[in-house]
Design a protein around this ligand. Structure first.
Ligand code: GLN
Length: 478
């Protein structure tokens, strides 16, 4: 079986008769087996995927026009996205054994177009982390170097595509969780505008920041998946009613793009020198291609991380209060009364990072500190939002590195949560401002050879031009 990089290639093979859906699924199932050591999948839906493939083959044979737009699309789901009658745990002991009663709207829409869901994949517990080390299933390994993290929290969604175990995967991005692992693993990671894809059926972390995103080998597949998943939803009042554009058409801008980058970002002391060089080389290529790329000042870059971690933990402490040992998942067998049911179930069920964040969030929301932290962070968010809007009055895109460093070794940052948080410096702005952002593979680091990504952001709901531009300026990952 050849290595497919896009759904178009898969469909060509299906149409020419060289490949059937069943043989395709068997191929990916073999890849999943061959990459067990990377700890990507926490559950494989083997029988179901094969049954669906056989059903599709039969339907296609009868009438090739009867299959959906995602005929041949194999998908892995991050373990925070609900799929009816399947377990979903957010990689947490507190949800072990919990089966979802419904499917996320995004999943429903993929299924309606005949996507095949292969399984659910690992992540940081409740999507809190940047390395996929905070999981009750153990860490996932980066296929580029199994001694290193794949990034996070959608780390296994990235490795699933990187290691060719599926064509695409869904992740969630609250502060960079799709884009940073994509950069660490040499794949395309796309986070749409806040509200572009319904959050119904996505386990909530920071509800004002959360968004489902995709990990793919090509921008064209990201665009197609967006076109199918986007749009209003009666189950999520924050899902936008803005028209779903023909993203998959990837219609170019038709004029040179105006691109801004922040001096503060490319001169940032935390930015690795090799990544800085590669980013400048990319800027040079864009200029050579006729685009206008200008350095601008963005004085809030160093405020993005503190604002994000105050707001995300505040929202998390509220969202995670529902895991009380009564309604979902784990209930401590040692509990004697209501108080000890809450206390023990949560003590046993949550991992250390999740507890840290619940405490942080409860602290910043507590009456004595609310104004000093939560209100202040909201004000900073507003400034960041306004400044971001102002940039897009003049520019089409903002260009930033996706991460200040390449994939680190296991354990390197896990003892120092602040060091881990600071590694999100280039990704959280897009979530705070609610704008779409994409991480694209830029090549291998000149010294350590590890994958490096670059990030492009656009104004809210300008996915069509962002994806078209990204498509024009990236090579598919081979
Ligand atoms: N690393 C960030 C965090 O830990 C982002 C996570 C995410 O986007 N889900 O909160």
């Amino acid at each position: 079986m050849p290595k497919f990089s896009t759904l178009a290639e898969v469909q060509e093979a299906l149409h020419s008769g060289g490949v059937s859906c069943e043989s395709l699924v068997r191929h990916y199932l073999q890849r999943i087996e061959a990459t067990r050591h990377l700890n990507i999948y926490v559950e494989v839906f083997e029988e179901e995927a094969l049954a669906k493939a056989r059903e599709l083959d039969a339907r296609f044979k009868k009438d090739p026009a009867s299959v959906g737009r995602l005929f041949g699309m194999t998908v892995a789901l991050k373990d925070v996205i609900c799929y009816k009658d399947h377990e979903v745990t957010a990689a947490s002991n507190i949800l072990k054994g919990f089966r979802s009663l419904f499917s996320a709207t995004a999943v429903e829409r993929l299924l309606a177009e005949d996507a095949i869901i292969l399984g659910r994949v690992n992540c940081d517990e409740f999507a809190m982390g940047s390395s996929t080390e905070n999981s009750c299933y153990g860490p996932t390994r980066n296929a580029a170097d199994p001694e290193r993290v794949p990034g996070g929290s959608s780390g296994a969604s990235a490795v699933a595509v990187q290691a060719d175990t599926c064509l695409a995967s869904l992740g969630s991005d609250t502060g960079g969780s799709v884009r940073q692992p994509a950069a660490f693993c040499n794949v395309v990671g796309f986070k749409p505008s806040y509200g572009r894809i319904s959050r119904h059926g996505l386990i909530a972390y920071g509800s004002s920041l959360d968004q489902i995103g995709t990990l793919t080998q090509s921008v064209e597949d990201a665009a197609l998946l967006l076109e199918i998943m986007a749009g209003p939803d009666e189950f999520d009042s924050t899902a936008s009613t803005a028209p779903v554009e023909p993203y998959a058409a990837l219609a170019p801008l038709g004029r040179p793009a105006r691109i801004a980058y922040y001096r503060t970002a490319l001169e940032h002391p935390s930015l690795d020198e090799g990544i800085r060089q590669m980013t400048f080389n990319f800027i040079g290529q864009l200029r050579e291609a006729g685009h206008i790329v200008e350095a601008i000042d963005f004085e809030y870059l160093d405020y993005t991380i503190p604002a994000y971690y105050v707001l995300a933990t505040a929202e998390a402490s509220s969202n995670l209060s529902r895991y009380d040992g009564i309604r979902f998942g784990h209930r401590s067998p040692a509990a004697k009364d209501l108080e000890s049911t809450y206390r023990r179930s949560r003590t046993e069920g949550f991992g250390a990072e999740v507890k840290r964040r619940i405490m942080l969030g409860a602290f910043v929301l507590s009456s004595g500190y609310y104004d000093a932290y939560y209100t202040k962070a909201q004000q900073i968010r507003r400034l960041i939002y306004d400044k971001t809007q102002a940039v897009f009055q003049e520019f089409d895109f903002i260009l930033m590195p996706a991460a200040p460093v390449t994939a680190w070794r296991f354990g390197e940052k896990s003892d120092d949560p602040v060091a881990m948080y600071l590694a999100d410096i280039f990704t959280v702005q897009a979530n705070l401002a609610g704008i779409p952002a994409i991480a694209l593979p830029l090549g291998s680091h000149p010294e350590n050879g590890l994958p490096v990504g670059v990030q492009l952001m656009a104004g809210a709901f300008r996915e069509a031009s962002l994806l078209a531009f990204a498509h024009q300026h990236t090579l598919q990952v081979k």
